[in-house]
Every structure is written in structure tokens, then in C-alpha cells.
Design a binder for this molecule. Structure first.
Ligand SMILES: C[N+](C)(C)CCCC(=O)O
Ligand SMILES: O=C(O)CCC(=O)C(=O)O
Ligand SMILES: [Fe+2]
Ligand SMILES: [Zn+2]
Length: 439
């Protein structure tokens, strides 16, 4: 049902003179062969669409007034700790609605609070009287979304963060969309960002073969991430290059900028000029490779996910810089799942702050990982054409480039830029709200 709504809405969003970028929704979907982007929106769809959220059948206090139990019309139930309810009182005294933020000070919260009285109004909201006579009201729909059950929390997590990955190898069907579509069509832009999050890579085609397109892309999402290499940066063979990327040499698989404490989450590479021979782009799904490494060689995985590697970058570009950082090559979450790869062999420091006896095992582990990245089963090769913009998850996807002949002329030119995942995910959520007309 929402697809129809989105289609109607999107026609109202396209500026005049851009009618050519309108494509039927089903056509757009086939562009991403095998990529079920709309699944990313599934977390929004509960059994109860917002307008039909179930009413409340019964409400009662349990656990000596420390807990509220809500029974829904469909027979299910939710339990809300009273300390959380008091903390989240939505009255203007406790909550600043213009900022959608809590005004209540933690100092003023009694963490042992119990309810004095709870009542149900019209099946649509509950009212609570607290021991100090403060009164709070909570709407059914608001409560339902914040249910503490495992399933409800998993659904909210899914909606907010789209944590599901689609892993790939050399069989990748590189998701492709046109630059114009994602620039002027909200549904396309939403689809682009969902796929970027889920698959980790999308190629945008049909941009102009000149500098400046990434600035426009930055405006589309919000803003770009400035680094020492400038707001955008030019990848081409340069005299006295301040980075190995600015030569004609081969770049082995790397993530950009592990020397920064918070490496850029998303990278854009816009091909402006492409050399006739060489210069092919290689990409690999780093999280997929990590899963394989963990299976294949748990000890190597353990070493790479625990050893702090020194990185260094010293030079001058946007301004002068002397950056140093320690990063684990594989950053993992509490469950041991890789969440960020920090690996650039070029900027790995000669200084290596670990005991001598740990050095050789570290190199052996890194060799295993590097071999996996380069395995025919995992790596995907693609030669960019002028007008292509490769957009990818720089925390997940490692990229490289084949060497190309050097000469007196510039035969190859890419413009690059970074964005932070916070900014990209923020735009994704806003587009979703607009496209699907949901909250
Ligand atoms: C492409 N460039 C020069 C902006 C950054 C390269 C990545 C790095 O040095 O980690
Ligand atoms: O030249 C390329 O294709 C990639 C360059 C690169 O990896 C970089 O600029 O960080
Ligand atoms: Fe790079
Ligand atoms: Zn209040």
C-alpha cells in the first residue's frame, strides 16, 4: 500500500524541468537486481499500522507499584518500569516538545519511584498519578512503540539502524542508479542510502565529467566531512605526492584514513577522467572477509581484533598536518562481529608499539587477512568510466586500484569526498519518513 503512496508523493517532489528522471517504481527496483532495498523499511510495518494501533484493554500496577502492565486489545501485553515512565513523562514541565528532548533533570528523578494511581482513558491513553501528585499521560501508540519485549526492541533497532547486512563476493551485482535520479527523486535517494547501508556499495552513473558533482551530492545528504586533504580531493598523479593515492602505483586493499580516530564512514569516488590501460578499481566486502577469517583462523582474527596498530600521516594539503592514531585492524562489537575495518598499509606507521615477540604473529595474521581479501572468491573488479560515482561504506568495504602508466599528461582523474555515517543515516531516516509518510 505504501508504495502507491510513495509514488504519488514523489511526483510532487520533482522540480519542474526534471520530468525525465521520473521512472515507474518497479523499473527503479529492477536496477538493483537482487537487492531487496524495501526490506530496509520493513521494520516500520508492525501488524498495526499507526492509524490502527491497538487500543488498551486493561492497565494495572504490579510489583508494589514499580511496574505497569498494559494489556492490548489483541491480547498481548507490555510491561513498563515506573522509573522509566516517570523519566519519560511527556508533560511540558518534563519534556521540551520543540526540541523533542527531556527537560527533567536526572537529579530530580527518584529511581525508586512507585505509581500512586494508574487509569485508562478511552482505550487510547493511560494516566498516572505519582506520589508527589505530578500527573503523566502516555498514548497507546507511543507506549506500543516503546514496548520492552525482545521482539519490539528488535523491531525498533531494525527501524532506527538498519543493521542487516547483505554480504557479497566476486559475484556482486554492483547496485547501480543514476546520479540524476538520486539527486531529484526522494524515493531513489532513499533507495540509494538503504542499499549503501545494506550492501555497502552503490555506483551512481551519469554525473558530469567535471569537478563539483560531489559538492552537490554533499548538499543532497547534508554536508561532507572535511579532512586534511580538503573538502573534496583530487586523485591524480602528482609531483611530490603527499599520499600514495596521488601516484600511478597500485593501491592494495585499504580503507581510507584509519589514521583518524573516527575514520570517514562513507566515501565517494567520482571518475572525471579514466586512463586507457590499468587504473581498475577493486573492492571487497570486509565484513564478509572477517566472518571467513574468524571461521578459518580464529587466532588470526583474535590478533587483528585486539592488536593496536600505529598509523601516521604527516604532510601538508588543506593545511599542514601530523596525525597519529592507534587502531585495531578489525574493530568488533561485544559479540565479536566486525563493525569497522581500519586498514591502510600505506599509512601504517614504522613505529609499532607492541612487544617484539608479538610482531611476527601479527604479520602472519595480517597476511592471512590480506590473502583472503585478495582471493578470487571475494574480490570484485570494476573499471570506472567518466561520470561514474562510486559510493561505498568505508568502514566495511576495502578498495584498491590497479596501477596505470605514468606520463607527462594527466590520463586519470578522480574527485573524492567523505561523509559521516551519522549524516547519511540522518538523511536516510528523513527520506524514509517523507517517502513512506511514516514516523
Ligand atoms: C585519498 N586521500 C589522500 C584523501 C586519503 C587516502 C587514504 C589514507 O591516506 O588513509
Ligand atoms: O585511484 C583510485 O582508484 C582510488 C584512490 C584511493 O583509494 C584513494 O584516493 O584513497
Ligand atoms: Fe582510498
Ligand atoms: Zn511531567
Amino acid at each position: 500500500m505504501w508504495r502507491v503512496v510513495a509514488k504519488v508523493l514523489l511526483r510532487t517532489k520533482v522540480p519542474r524541468g526534471r520530468a525525465c528522471c521520473l521512472q515507474p517504481v518497479h523499473k527503479g527496483r529492477t536496477l538493483l537486481a537482487g537487492i531487496t532495498w524495501h526490506h530496509a523499511a520493513q521494520g516500520l510495518h508492525t501488524a498495526w499500522p499507526l492509524s490502527m494501533s491497538p487500543g488498551i484493554q486493561k492497565v494495572e500496577a504490579l510489583d508494589a507499584g514499580h511496574l505497569i502492565r498494559v494489556e492490548w486489545e489483541d491480547g498481548s501485553e507490555s510491561r513498563y518500569p515506573c522509573v522509566w515512565l516517570r523519566d519519560n513523562c511527556q508533560c511540558p514541565h518534563c519534556f521540551l516538545h520543540s526540541a523533542r528532548a527531556r527537560k527533567l533533570l536526572f537529579e530530580d528523578l527518584d529511581v525508586n519511584i512507585v505509581v500512586k494511581e494508574v487509569t485508562l482513558a478511552d482505550r487510547k491513553k493511560i494516566s498516572i498519578k505519582w506520589p508527589d501528585e505530578h500527573a503523566s499521560e502516555y498514548e497507546a501508540e507511543w507506549l506500543k512503540k516503546r514496548c520492552f519485549s525482545e521482539e519490539a526492541r528488535a523491531e525498533m533497532r531494525e527501524t532506527l539502524f538498519l543493521p542487516e547486512y547483505q554480504y557479497w563476493g566476486s559475484d556482486l551485482q554492483l547496485p547501480k542508479m543514476t546520479f540524476e535520479d538520486i539527486m531529484y527523486n526522494d524515493e531513489s535517494a532513499y533507495r540509494w542510502l538503504c542499499t549503501l547501508k545494506k550492501v555497502g556499495i552503490v555506483i551512481l552513473t551519469g554525473a558530469a565529467a567535471r569537478q563539483g558533482e560531489l559538492i552537490k551530492l554533499g548538499h543532497r545528504i547534508g554536508f561532507l566531512r572535511l579532512t586534511f586533504y580538503g573538502p573534496t580531493w583530487q586523485v591524480q598523479d602528482k609531483a611530490d605526492a603527499n599520499n600514495v593515492a596521488y601516484t600511478t602505483g597500485k593501491l592494495c586493499f585499504h580503507t581510507d584514513y584509519p589514521v583518524l580516530q573516527h575514520p570517514p564512514g562513507v566515501q565517494f569516488l567520482h571518475c572525471i577522467k579514466q586512463t586507457a590501460t590499468g587504473g581498475e578499481t577493486e573492492v571487497v566486502d570486509g565484513f564478509h572477509a572477517c566472518n571467513k577469517l574468524k571461521q578459518q583462523n580464529p587466532q588470526a582474527y583474535q590478533i587483528l581484533s585486539s592488536t593496536a596498530v600505529d598509523y601516521t600521516d604527516v604532510g601538508r594539503d588543506y593545511c599542514d598536518f601530523a596525525v597519529q592514531c592507534k587502531q585495531r585492524i578489525i574493530d568488533v562489537d561485544s559479540r565479536g562481529q566486525a563493525v569497522r575495518i581500519n586498514y591502510n598499509n600505506a599509512t601504517r606507521d614504522t613505529v609499532f608499539d607492541i612487544p617484539a615477540e608479538k610482531v611476527r604473529p601479527f604479520y602472519a595474521a595480517l597476511k592471512e587477512f590480506n590473502d583472503l581479501l585478495n582471493s578470487a572468491e571475494l574480490k570484485f573488479t570494476h573499471k570506472l568510466k567518466p561520470g561514474d560515482i562510486l559510493t561505498f561504506d568505508n568502514w566495511r568495504v576495502l578498495h584498491g586500484r590497479q596501477s596505470y602508466p605514468s606520463g607527462s599528461e594527466v590520463t586519470r582523474h578522480l574527485e573524492g569526498a567523505y561523509a559521516d555515517w551519522d549524516v547519511v543515516m540522518s538523511r536516510l531516516r528523513l527520506l524514509r519518513k517523507r517517502v513512506l509518510k511514516t514516523d
